[in-house]
Design a binder for this molecule. Structure first.
Ligand SMILES: [Zn+2]
Length: 440
């Protein structure tokens, strides 16, 4: 793709359109409340959470793309000045709320950018995501696959989240008198927390900013900021430390749960381990630390027994990445995570699965203008380069939908009358990107 057209999860470059896969901090570096380089495309859920993450952000820059629907965007070639048609389809990435992959198609070929993703294969949502992706591809090849390679190594093997969630339940159930602290990020693991809440019929404590996110996600009665209402607390990942657990245990027996696919945090969960992690061993160790009764320093390892690392991951394990590459059979593959301590170029493992073995000069299958179907949602250049007040109102108040829709209908007919470009979808199945952008 020509440089200067599209940026995905990169906010410092000059582009005509910016795409956000999801709102985790490592994908929003450079994005701020004052950022206003251009239109920012994202999923409806990300748009909903956006103001909480970036208060004061100019919401009229947001362009909301409905997941699973193809959208057509007109851009201008920085070199030739001619119009460039880009079709983009967001696909559920099954990572955290609002996370999507982007499938881009145009004269440059077919590009799939996964962002962070989990490719489970045995649940309804995963099957829906798969059919969404295959439907969007329509049998065409992916020329370039940019893939989440966080766990791109055969040593990363962990179960589906459903299985890991049961492990969390088992650990909590085996500590009926303990306080429980679970490490989470500012977004993600909501399904796990909901499962815990339902199983133990209890609210879950979260910190105030996280409560705001939960409310924006529609979970209003499950989470609380009152510690007196529950023994289960979800805390920021950075705060779950040995030192903090030790301090908590001086007040009340407490265990920590670290849901993660990271090997450094992984420890098999067996019944035997559960007893090792129970309060007596911690209290004993803590006592030694404070009183020094046996004269020996406490090894950090003894405190690790209070933290249960559960392989609950929002990223794909190695086998899932492999299945994904086998399914897509891209001509070229590139990892998007280059700073990982365990970085492995996905070509090392999957180069043989790629159609061209990475070196092909075969011509790209280009998406002709005529191939943009009438089901595509058309986004015109003026909406890319300009801002629309309606968009801001939409994000703030969903009740404006109807008014905006009627404006959109008028614009559809104006554009049809002008006979610009490809056909525009009828109001049936109107997508939010259209009226959010204030364009046809
Ligand atoms: Zn992420």
């Amino acid at each position: 793709m020509e440089k200067g057209l599209i940026s995905v999860d990169r906010w410092g470059e000059q582009s005509q359109a910016y795409f956000l896969t999801h709102l985790h901090a490592d994908h929003t570096k450079g994005l701020s409340s004052k950022w206003k380089k251009g239109p920012l495309f994202c999923s409806p859920i990300s748009a909903n959470i956006f103001p909480a993450k970036f208060p004061g952000f100019k919401l009229s820059l947001l362009r909301i793309l409905e997941t699973g629907s193809p959208h057509s965007i007109s851009l201008i070639s920085p070199t030739s000045g001619s119009k460039i048609g880009v079709q983009v389809t967001p696909i559920d990435a099954h990572h955290c709320p609002g996370a999507v992959m982007y499938l881009f198609r145009g004269d440059f070929g077919c590009m799939l950018y996964t962002g962070d993703f989990r490719w489970e294969t045995a649940n309804d949502r995963a099957l829906l995501g798969k059919s969404m992706l295959l439907g969007a591809l329509g049998g065409d090849e992916v020329d370039f696959l940019y893939i989440d390679n966080t766990y791109c190594n055969p040593s990363f093997s962990f179960p589906p989240r459903e299985v890991a969630a049961q492990q969390v339940i088992d650990v909590i159930a085996s500590h009926p008198d303990h306080d429980i602290v679970i490490a989470i990020d500012t977004l993600g693991k909501e399904d796990l927390l909901l499962h815990i809440s339902r199983t133990f019929r209890t609210k879950i404590w979260v910190w105030p900013e996280r409560l705001q996110i939960m409310h924006l996600l529609g979970f209003s009665n499950i989470f609380t900021t009152k510690t007196s209402l529950t023994r289960i607390r979800a805390v920021p990942r950075y705060s779950l430390t040995i030192e903090n657990l030790e301090a908590l245990n001086t007040i009340h027996p407490t265990i920590g749960i670290m849901p993660s696919g990271l090997p450094s945090a992984m420890k098999p969960i067996h019944r035997k381990d559960a007893s090792v992690g129970s309060s007596p061993s911690l209290q004993h160790s803590s006592k030694v630390s404070r009183n020094g009764t046996d004269g020996k320093p406490i090894s950090r390892k003894s405190f690790h027994s209070c933290i249960y690392s559960i392989p609950y991951s929002d990223h794909s394990c190695f086998n899932e990445i492999q299945e994904f590459v086998k399914l897509i059979k891209p001509s070229n593959i590139t990892g998007i995570v280059s700073s990982s301590f365990c970085y492995v170029n996905p070509r090392h493992f999957f180069g043989h699965l790629c159609g061209s073995n990475q070196q092909s000069n075969k011509p790209l299958k280009k998406l002709k203008r005529s191939e943009i179907t009438e089901n595509d949602r058309i986004i015109q250049p003026e909406s890319i380069l300009g801002c629309d007040k309606l968009n801001e109102e939409k994000v703030r108040d969903k009740n404006t939908k109807i008014a905006i829709l009627s404006i959109r209908r008028r614009r559809v007919s104006i554009i049809r009358q002008e006979g610009c470009g490809a056909k525009i979808a009828e109001t049936n199945g109107i997508c939010r990107s259209d009226f959010d952008a204030g364009i046809t």
